[in-house]
Design a protein around this ligand. Structure first.
Ligand SMILES: [Zn+2]
Length: 308
């Protein structure tokens, strides 16, 4: 099917009632479970804290697993099982997190990455056949783009697209740097900065969704399995709810027609709303004007790092 046709189907046959689609967001966490060491918490404590936030708030999230983060070792596999047994959803994010747009990453090697992760996660109760590209890079050049789409389709996989792409991983990196210098750091300003960043990004992508579809979509928020969310995931959920958003399961969010697309641009890099807009020739500005670019996240982190 041509892109135009795919996209037109999504745009015109969406048919979701506005009430079901307006200001709804689902939570996804990538790259875990991580067993590296960080300040404040052990890997098990971080995993349990993330699970506790979700359980306390009654939220089902989806974890896009990267095997090399730790699931290839017994202690990492135990953390993954805790998430799945705890009612969370589990999906595929490769074995080693390669960049599919890089020239050195062949289609064949990338297919092995998908299958290798699948072999580890497929017996888990929360398993879903959704695949998320590392760095949200879905292929540079038609051969790789179309090749991986055909492969995923043959395997019964759908793409686990992202609509709200934040730089939480960078806030986490800055926070860990700050904690290494000042173990007794006041976490309050970091929490405030993180929430402001997520909120501004969510608003920006919601504007773009409304520009594309004339309605709110059921969003898919990209966060990561890191210390930052072990500390503040509950606050992120509370913030969305306090501002009138509904938290939905990723299973529900992925039924939104905004994720049934196949943008035919030659180099795919970024969230699905951006790539769809590019495929349709819809400008990203002014919708994304409030988005925090990475340099802003870095500057805010640096500013907090030198606070007394
Ligand atoms: Zn990732």
């Amino acid at each position: 099917m041509s892109v135009t046709r795919c996209l037109i189907l999504a745009l015109t046959c969406g048919g979701l009632p506005l009430s079901a689609a307006a200001q709804a967001v689902s939570v996804t966490l990538d790259d875990g479970p991580m067993i590296d060491s960080t300040p404040l918490m052990t890997p098990t404590e971080r995993n349990e804290a993330i699970l506790r936030h979700l359980r306390d708030k009654g939220v089902q999230a989806m974890f896009f697993v990267t095997i090399k983060s730790g699931t290839d070792r017994p202690e990492g596999l135990a953390l993954l099982k805790r998430l799945s047994d705890g009612g969370q959803l589990i999906a595929n994010h490769t074995v080693t997190h390669p960049d599919f747009n890089a020239e050195g990453t062949s289609l064949e090697a990338f297919e092995h990455e998908v299958l290798g992760c699948d072999a580890v996660i497929r017996a888990l109760p929360g398993y879903r056949k959704l695949f998320r590209f590392p760095f949200l890079r879905e292929g540079a050049g038609e051969a790789k783009r179309d090749g991986i789409r055909a492969f995923l389709r043959e395997q019964g996989y759908r793409i686990g697209y992202v609509s709200i792409d934040t730089s939480d991983w960078l806030v986490d990196q800055k926070l860990r740097e700050a904690l290494a210098r000042h173990p007794n750091l006041d976490l309050t300003p970091w929490r405030q900065m993180y929430l402001a960043h997520v909120w501004d990004d969510a608003q920006a992508f919601d504007r773009l969704a409304k520009q594309l579809y004339g309605r709110g979509v059921m969003h898919v928020l990209l966060l990561h399995h890191r210390l930052l969310n072990a500390l503040f995931l509950g606050d992120v959920i509370d913030m969305f709810r306090a501002r009138g958003w509904t938290i939905v399961s990723p299973d529900d969010a992925f039924t939104d027609p905004a994720y049934q697309v196949a943008p035919m641009i030659p180099r795919l890099d970024g969230g699905v709303l951006e790539t769809t807009a590019k495929a349709l020739g819809v400008p990203l500005q002014p919708a994304l004007a409030g988005l925090w670019p990475e340099h802003r996240v870095r500057e805010e982190g640096d500013r907090l790092m030198v606070l007394p």
